[in-house]
Write a protein that binds this ligand. Sequence first.
Ligand code: AMP
Ligand code: ZN
Length: 113
Amino acid sequence: MACIFCQIIKKEIPAQIVYEDEEILAFKDIQPKAKIHLLIIPKKHFVSLNKVRKKDKEILGKLLWQAKLLAKEFKISDSGYKIVINSGKDAGQVVEHLHLHLLGGEELKNFPI
Ligand code: AMP
Ligand code: ZN
């Protein structure tokens, strides 16, 4: 079974896409944990941050930069936001395709960090 985020990239399953370019896709999380909850992903499949090699490291800066721009677009730059990357079992990573969570739009009380 193909990776669910790769299927979203290929438009094989629907998502509420909020940004797309050649390397990056961003869409609304299907089970939002905050009023604003976006996922920002590379189009290239990496199982987790662990699997990003040196030759691909520029994508990490691009993902973070896009998160910053989306925070502005979704009007949470001033009120505040969190960017989270879950990696592996102890972090509770469920989808094995690298993704940044961008969370905001309300006070983020239920996040321990
Ligand atoms: P993580 O626990 O970091 O792996 O987070 C995976 C996130 O992907 C969760 O917040 C899910 O709600 C979200 N998710 C799973 N499937 C979809 C989907 N088809 N469309 C949008 N978000 C999804
Ligand atoms: Zn994938």
